[in-house]
Write a protein that binds this ligand. Structure first.
Ligand code: AP5
Length: 215
């Protein structure tokens, strides 16, 4: 199974990618995490992408295409954060074609701007293992401590009010074209992602099942 998750920042792509990956036992390809790791390690790639990420802008298409190409192989996957514009959708098609594989479904997590702002300003991530929390919706058992590894929980560098607003605008600018592209291919599933994480995941499973392929 090869799936792509599309959605605004804070729509819950990372949260649902984890549930999907655990449920179907397929790997996750999370472009934002891959890029953040490069920044953290101070690699050449990290140096190239950091400025864009800090401002909430997209990293140039040619840079992220190389990263994605490296991570796609003939195993099943759920991809979060790629593609984000129509050019990236075309590049992805080329990569898949070269590797002789096809995309099964594109899942769109549809949310309002209010939901996004509330989620991102309240998000906390584990400094050590990257696990995701929310101060109100998905709090850790002990404040600021990761349930999984005991690491410290911090706010992401791009989760400030101004940068979050910018990321929302960048997403809106590209969204319609890319959704239309996958709608026309007949592989787009749309899910109401304003609901809680369990309800969203249940809707994803129901809609994948509707196709009869993944039950
Ligand atoms: P990236 O890391 O992909 O960030 P994003 O798209 O802005 O998405 P987020 O990770 O912020 O949100 P999410 O949808 O995963 O939500 P989450 O599950 O964490 O990209 C960062 C940057 O990298 C970009 O700005 C860009 O610079 C660069 N980049 C990445 N991809 C690129 C590309 N293709 N091309 C060029 N540049 C690229 O949830 C958010 C919060 O809400 C969490 O606290 C969570 O606990 C909570 N939550 C989640 N679901 C629910 C729910 N249903 N109900 C209540 N709370 C929920």
């Amino acid at each position: 199974m090869r799936l792509v998750l599309l959605g605004a920042p804070g729509s819950g792509k990372g949260t649902q990618a984890k549930s999907i990956s655990d449920h179907f036992k397929i790997k996750k390809i999370v472009l934002g995490d891959i890029l953040r790791e490069e920044v953290k390690k101070g690699t050449e790639l990290g140096g190239k992408v950091r400025g864009y990420m800090q401002k909430g802008l997209l990293v140039p298409d040619d840079i992220v295409a190389l990263v994605i190409k490296e991570h796609i192989d003939n195993q099943g996957f759920v991809m979060d954060g790629y593609p984000r514009n129509i050019n990236q959708a075309h590049i992805l098609d080329e990569i898949l074609q070269e590797k002789n594989i096809t995309l099964d479904r594109v899942i769109y997590l549809d949310v309002t701007q209010d939901t996004v702002m509330e989620r991102l300003l309240g998000r906390r991530v584990c400094k050590r293992c990257g696990a995701n929390y929310h101060i109100k919706n998905m709090p850790p058992k002990v404040e600021n401590v990761c349930d999984i590894c005991g690491g410290e929980l911090v706010q992401r560098e791009d989760d400030t009010y101004e940068v979050t607003k910018k990321r929302w605008e960048v997403f809106q600018k590209e969204a319609e074209a890319i959704l239309d592209y996958y709608r026309k291919k007949g592989i787009l599933i749309s899910v109401d992602a304003n609901k809680n994480a369990e309800e969203v995941f249940a809707e994803i499973l129901t809609k994948l099942d509707t196709s009869g392929e993944y039950s």
